[in-house]
Design a protein around this ligand. Structure first.
Ligand code: 5GP
Length: 119
């Protein structure tokens, strides 16, 4: 059973308590620029629902939320211009996965070559 911390930074962004540079919004999904971009294009994509990580999301979210999330990845990658040049979509989970913010998110990284760093 995963306990969601509603004081995490993405929860505050969703509640409008802190600003974000929004690039996309749908019924169930929000995307904004990463505050500390690792590549020329670095977008964070999050569900609006309260899910700790991708396992929590796929276990508890509705089919509508899950479909909306992955369709949004497609729309966002086209919107920010990396769909043709390519990009990496990654998610980090938990301590060993290096997850810093405990609200499920995927990173869209692109706009330049993304080297494979599996350290
Ligand atoms: P994680 O390590 O959890 O997969 O990634 C968290 C990401 O959130 C990092 O890339 C970090 O730069 C980004 N981040 C942390 N705080 C903020 C914030 O307040 N605003 C935005 N836009 N991104 C943030």
């Amino acid at each position: 059973m995963k306990t969601y911390d509603n004081q995490n930074i993405f929860a505050k962004i969703l509640r409008g308590e802190i600003p974000c540079d929004k690039v996309f919004e749908s019924e169930f999904t929000l995307a904004f620029k990463d505050i500390n971009p690792a590549k020329k294009v670095h977008i964070v994509v999050i569900p609006k629902g309260s899910y700790v990580d991708v396992n929590h999301f796929t276990e508890k979210a509705t089919d509508k939320e899950i479909v909306d999330f992955f369709k949004s990845l497609n729309l966002i990658s086209n919107q920010v211009g990396v769909a043709d040049s390519g990009y990496r979509a990654i998610t980090n989970l938990g301590k060993d996965g290096g997850q810093e913010v405990p609200h499920f998110h995927m990173h869209i990284l692109g706009g330049e070559h993304v080297t494979l760093d599996i350290s």
